[in-house]
Design a protein around this ligand. Structure first.
Ligand code: KIV
Ligand code: ZN
Length: 513
């Protein structure tokens, strides 16, 4: 047992499984670069066998990342494991993470397999994986609800086959901290070769205890790897939140006595990047990364903090990267300064023409907005019209008229597969009119599940509006994000971005399906 706590980030795999959070290869690559700057130990880049798109994303991340270990998920079969190994070929450090469900419920109802079949498949999968890669993680899915006797048998066998990390998922977020910690401790005590592997925790947040459960798994159970996501992104109520675990261990080093290698000053930039890319907005009162996390509004608190910060502050905002929110560029900034800033932000635009397109949009934005922040730049390069990423629809022009007491009307011009389209409509408000105009031409039939507007940078109405639109069509859920100082334009962009995602054929195999 070492006193280093391994931070395994699964934003790009388990986080991305959240309906609507799916990301393109370039978006994943950009986030992976930020995770590397954050210095997480392991980046779970995706599930290579789930789709060609995810295979390419894992491959691009494996090729680009040099410091963190890059990992791909794989079901416990040769095809999935082979695909993972293939995608990870270029990695400086590679890990294959293979899993199979071990709870009675999952084995009987989902896999329709007997215990012996699951045992054999787990063993053979790890043996096969170990011949392809030296770093193998095994997860018994729904592990926390599995029969401990059976779990001991499976885990002992996969360690004997060469698994180097054993992860115990609380797949459905059912655990209670003390019980989960004890569960892991019991397994470690009962399994004769337990000390040959690093033990890991993977908790979902259905009862709001993912962070507490993970920390109990570490302190009571002796786990030395935590699987987590930025902003706690993940299916249903999400996964264990990286920023909360890291800052708990850092702030209470007196209690945990553990080292984490993460550069905490990169936490807020990572949080912003993930939220802007996926359209999953961070709640203002979210620990560490919420807009109010360090805001002292009450007079008594303000007075105390002014006299001595530690009266009410247990962490410093700048230590987790809040000070990174600075004006970086303005309308006089040149192309080189812009290109440098993109590099600093980890944004790799593929061609000079992409950089030129981004720079043109930057200049356009700088004409309308005097202060350009990092968030503005991230939003700008996330725009489909810059990266041309899966871009079928593109906004060309929008005008609308609204006046008090009159029904608003909008005219929209957009490109669909390179062909210019014009549409107009009225609506309850200018946003409604604009989206109805687009839909009247596209006829997607998609149902809108969410529409939200946020200011990209806080504090002033000069900020760009960032709009998230979530659409559902035929069982697929996608998020589109659009940013512009004009929120009607931002809304149209977000709607078209969601339509672009629906338009792309991202057929996927569900990791836990
Ligand atoms: O929650 C879970 O069980 C998982 C596994 C695939 C590790 O995400
Ligand atoms: Zn999970």
């Amino acid at each position: 047992m070492t006193d280093k706590l391994i931070i395994f980030d699964t934003t790009l795999r388990d986080g991305e499984q959240s309906p609507g959070a799916s990301m393109t290869r370039d978006e994943k690559l950009r986030i992976a670069r930020q995770l590397e700057r954050l210095r997480v130990d392991v980046i779970e880049a995706g599930f290579a066998a789930s789709s060609n798109g995810d295979f390419e994303a894992v491959r691009a991340i494996a090729d680009a990342i040099r410091e963190s270990t890059v990992c791909s998920l794989a079901r416990a079969n040769d095809r999935d494991i082979g695909r993972a190994a293939e995608a990870l070929k270029g990695a400086a450090r590679a890990r294959i993470h293979t899993f199979i469900a071990t709870s009675e419920l999952h084995m009987e109802k989902k896999l329709r397999m007997t215990r012996d079949q699951v045992f054999e498949q787990a063993r053979l999968a790890v043996r096969f994986a170990r011949n392809l890669c030296g770093d193998i993680e095994f997860s018994p899915e729904d592990g926390y609800r599995s029969d401990p006797d059976f779990l001991c048998r499976v885990i002992e066998a996969v360690i004997a086959e060469g698994a180097t990390t054993i992860n115990i998922p609380d797949t459905v977020g059912y655990a209670i901290p003390e019980l989960y910690g004890q569960f892991i401790l019991d397994l470690r005590r009962r399994i004769p070769n337990a000390d040959k592997a690093v033990w890991s925790v993977h908790c979902h947040n259905d009862l709001g205890m993912a962070v507490a459960n993970s920390l109990a798994g570490v302190m009571i159970g002796g786990a030395r790897q935590v699987e987590c996501t930025i902003n706690g992104l993940g299916e249903r109520a999400g996964n264990c939140s990286l920023e909360e675990v890291v800052m708990a261990v850092r702030t209470r080093r007196d209690y945990f006595g553990l080292e984490v290698g993460v550069d905490a000053s990169q936490i807020v930039p990572a949080s912003r990047m993930v939220s802007q890319t996926t359209g999953f907005v961070v709640q203002p009162n979210k620990a560490v990364v919420g807009a109010n996390a360090f805001a002292h509004a009450s007079g008594i608190h303000q007075d105390g903090v002014l006299k001595a910060r530690d009266t009410y502050e247990i962490m410093r905002a700048e230590d987790v990267g809040w000070s990174a929110n600075k004006i970086v560029l303005g309308k006089l900034s040149g192309r080189n300064a812009f290109k440098q800033r993109l590099q600093d932000l980890g944004v790799a635009l593929e061609s000079e023409s992409d950089i030129n397109a981004a720079f043109a949009r930057f200049k356009d934005l700088a004409d309308r907005k005097s202060e350009i922040f990092d968030e503005d730049i991230i939003a700008l390069v996330g725009d489909d019209s810059v990266t041309h990423d899966q871009e079928h629809y593109r906004l060309l022009a929008l005008s609308q008229h609204s006046a008090m007491g009159e029904r608003p009307h909008a005219r929209v011009a957009f490109a669909a597969g390179g062909v210019e389209q014009h549409a107009d409509s009225d609506g309850n408000g200018p946003v409604d009119a604009s989206l109805k105009a687009i839909e009247s031409r596209v006829k997607s039939g998609a149902e809108m599940m969410l529409y939200s507007v946020n200011a990209i940078t806080s504090g002033s109405t000069e900020s760009q509006g960032e709009v998230t639109v979530r659409l559902q069509l035929g069982g697929r859920v996608v998020n589109g994000v659009g940013a512009d100082p004009d929120i009607v334009v931002a809304s149209a962009k977000a709607y078209l971005s969601a339509l672009n995602k629906l338009h792309s054929n991202a057929d996927r195999v569900a990791a836990q399906g």
